[in-house]
Ligand binder design. Structure first.
Ligand code: DAH
Length: 337
């Protein structure tokens, strides 16, 4: 039985110096496992005289319980430390300020485009698209601008080698719509157009919106009221508007629309070149040659069309002075909208 005392002492010191749960488990197996020291000890009972066995058995069992209790105590201490460590590591300071989300915003041209879609959509116009790489036929020929027509010189075109070009305006979508759809029709197309031009009021790529309406009794009065309504909706209902006679090969009669300068309210300033007016769009009654060419009987149907510079609308609406700022992607500029 002296050996037993010795074993308990050893177990005690081993448990005391164990560093983690894993080494505690090794200790448990070493003393209490199937082949453990205390288990072996129990097996030696048979060698004792029968009258000594009960007392010896009790001692050994007491020793086993003592060792178990020590193991459990130490293991609970380890578990507690582990939980405390985990809690400390996962602690969240709810008083810290949150991370701010960087909010994006729509580009001024997008905002203007959305407004136009809303205004024309509400008046029953459908939005169409057309290709940016266009055929000469759609960009010029079918719009009553034949090969040597002087109007071609007004538009500095980017040509490809095989009769293709970058569309110089959105009017080709008119022709594509007339070919595809049967009147009555109301369509709008908004997209990028390209010209060889670059200064404070011109960029080689810019945006236009084209609108076309064809029906049996469409008149210039309809055109006038639609343009007025559109500009009043886009800017404000008290914006003065005037129509000036003009010339476009694909419309007859044609007009240009001016609106009162938003900057000086008509008294004259640098932006309106002291006229009090800003030129804002071109429009007119669709030329019979254009209708007939696209397979629509000009004796039965009439139409009007208009073309607007979307970038210019955005400049005016948001009081931006340099068109080029729209395309430089300077965040300090864009964050203002
Ligand atoms: N396509 C013309 C341009 O780019 C703008 C235009 C003028 C469009 C009159 C029209 C129109 O539909 O009727 O300069």
């Amino acid at each position: 039985m002296q050996g037993l005392e010795e074993i308990i002492k050893q177990a005690e010191s081993a448990i005391h110096s164990a560093e983690d749960l894993k080494s505690l488990d090794h200790i448990r197996v070493h003393y209490l496992g199937k082949k453990g020291e205390l288990t072996d000890y129990l097996k030696t009972l048979g060698q004792l005289p029968p009258e000594e066995r009960p007392a010896a058995g009790q001692k050994i069992n007491a020793a086993k319980e003592a060792v178990s209790a020590l193991l459990e105590k130490r293991s609970n201490a380890f578990k507690k430390i582990a939980i405390e460590n985990q809690l400390a590591a996962e602690a969240i300071d709810v008083t810290l300020p949150g991370r701010t989300l960087a909010n994006g915003s729509l580009h001024p041209i997008m905002q203007a485009s959305d407004d136009l879609r809303r205004i024309f959509g509400r008046m029953g116009f459908t939005f169409l698209e057309g290709p940016e790489i266009e055929e000469d036929k759609y960009n010029f020929e079918s719009l009553n601008i034949p090969k040597h027509h002087p109007a071609r010189a007004m538009q500095d075109t980017f040509y490809f080698s095989d009769g293709l070009l970058l569309r110089t305006h959105m009017s080709p979508v008119q022709i594509r719509a007339m070919e595809k759809m049967t009147p009555p029709l109301r369509i709008v197309a908004l997209g990028r157009v390209y010209r060889r031009d670059f200064d404070i009021t011109h960029t080689p790529m810019f945006h236009q919106m084209e609108c076309l309406m064809i029906d049996k009794n469409v008149s210039f009065a309809d055109l006038k009221s639609l343009m007025t309504h559109f500009l009043h909706e886009f800017f404000s209902p008290d914006t003065p508007i005037r129509f000036r006679p003009s010339y476009f090969p694909f419309t007859e009669p044609s007009a240009e629309v001016d609106m009162g300068c938003l900057n000086c309210k008509g008294s004259g300033c640098r932006i309106c070149k002291n006229t009090g007016w800003l030129e804002i769009l071109g429009c007119g009654m669709v030329h019979p040659n254009v209708l007939n060419g696209a397979g629509i009987d000009s004796k039965k149907y009439r139409g009007f069309a208009c073309g607007v510079g979307v970038d210019r609308l955005a400049l005016l609406k948001y009081s931006i002075s340099d068109l080029r700022a729209l395309f430089e992607n300077d965040l300090r500029f864009l964050r203002q909208f």
